[in-house]
Design a protein around this ligand. Sequence first.
Ligand SMILES: Nc1nc2c(c(=O)[nH]1)N[C@H]1C(S)=C(S)[C@@H](COP(=O)(O)O)O[C@H]1N2
Ligand SMILES: [Mo]
Length: 580
Amino acid sequence: MGVSDNFHGLTEDMSMENRNQPTLITGALVGLLLAAPLVAIFYLAAQVIGTPFVPFDVFDWVGRVLPGGILTFGIDTIVSVIRTFNLGETSSAAKAAEQLLAILGLVATGVLVGAVLFEALRRNVVKGSYIAGLVAGLVVGVPVMFISRAVNQTASTSPLVSAAWIILAFAAWGVLLNWVYDRLAGQTNAAAVLNPAAATPVYEGAGAPVGMGGDSVQPIDRRRFLVTVGGASAAITVVGAGLGALLGRGIAESSGTDSTALSSSGEAWSSSNPLPNADATVLPAPGTRPEFTLVKDHYRIDINTLPPAIKESDWQLEFTGLVEEPVNMKLAELRDNYTPMDQFVTLACISNPVAGDLIGTTLWTGVPLRDILKDVKLKPEATHLRITSVDAFDEVIDLETVMNDERVTLNYAWDGQPLTTSHGFPLRIYIPNHYGMKQPKWITSIEAIPAWEEGYWVRRGWDKDAVMRVTSVIDTVAVDDLVTVGDQQFVPVGGVAHAGDRGISRVQVRVDDNDFVDAALRTPMADTTWVIWRYDWPFEAGSHTFTVRSVDGDGNAQIETVVGVRPSGATGLHSMSASA
Ligand SMILES: Nc1nc2c(c(=O)[nH]1)N[C@H]1C(S)=C(S)[C@@H](COP(=O)(O)O)O[C@H]1N2
Ligand SMILES: [Mo]
């Protein structure tokens, strides 16, 4: 009977003396079974106590040390899968994918460690009860503890408590793995297989949790025991994850106002408080995206699996480097001591594909950086500023731009509300005409330096200037909203065009193989926002392909050659097919 048993089968090709010891493969399985509840317990503790959720920390750390090429390949793969299978809004789907990968990473580590530990135990590499398991737990736990210390920005426990918790959790996990091995080994020792009736089960793990039936020692018990371990593990995983989700203060997304659009006066956009272009005569074609993006709908891109949670009371902005004297500023000083500036801004990620959703427009409120620099005495050798964030993200901007352009601002509000955690609370910079990668969120320090240096993504192979490309997108071919003028019917076609702060001077639409014809441009909210365009196409039944192109305010035509996002932003024309 034992010969046909699955787990026995796994042991078939083993050396004589260890024939019935649990194998590497069993170790991998047990590693898997025990990794799942470990993840759940980390999650529950993170949600309830505020300890670090280590899978995300390790994932973020790996992302930061990986070479830029590999990292970009990974991100591009995730983004194309999301777009190919239409898995929803790109940035949230990408974050969900990253979270899943992070968790799978810990599970894979569990599988590996389980396999190695079982093999080591089978070969008797380490003697002594649970030493091997403890060592295995620490081999993972100690580096993870240091990694978490280095990158975690979301835990609310003290560094000491966080460190102790991580070490303890992994040590317990390793010992548990070891205990399972001992149980499995004890239940199918050679004597048991040869003569089940005569064998006595060996239980090395004194004080072992939840008694297994102790008197049957047939190989079938190994399977039964593993099923029990699996069941217990599944139960802990489900209960842990469920409780965590229920009781959680939400490690997945802290704060974040779900405000409807509000001006800096705190008043919602309305007929009495209209958007600046409310009386523009060109109206968006039905189905065009909202001209103003609600904060909750704004894409989020950054190097963190969870956005860093900064407490205002813990935070200050430091000015360091080539300054006569270091200066620290609290958020309230920034807000109260300088005249704020409101700007409608379209922000886009350099990783946004043509017609992608990594672009949004909201109202930024902040203080011109040059006003603040009047109170921070820079040394004459200073030529650039390095802006660094709590997540160790950084970028460098030249002082000349800062001093010549009051729009370069340190911003503390979006849409009239304090920045949300996801979007950079408490402070983020705005640098007109450049992609998001040049514009740190969660800023903690500004260092005056004597020469230009590369920033985070530039070091990883992206464009050092990252100037926004001219781009245009078709949002809608509104075949269900025909406009009739006389006896001619028109199909409203529309979308947006954008070119940093350069504005859009022309948008043209082509239907099938006809010539490009001019679209109408809606007055934008500001020079720094996208422009809504509209073309009412004389209706012709059948299936048609619409293509759009644009020219920026400086006369630069949109590049028609199709090029991917790396290193300087995507180019190519957007087309959409429709039939009526
Ligand atoms: N500290 C920090 N700032 C950052 C990033 C980051 O990873 N860390 N990502 C940048 C990138 S690539 C983009 S596109 C914008 C996105 O801003 P949003 O998430 O508020 O839309 O933030 C920028 N600022
Ligand atoms: Mo980005």
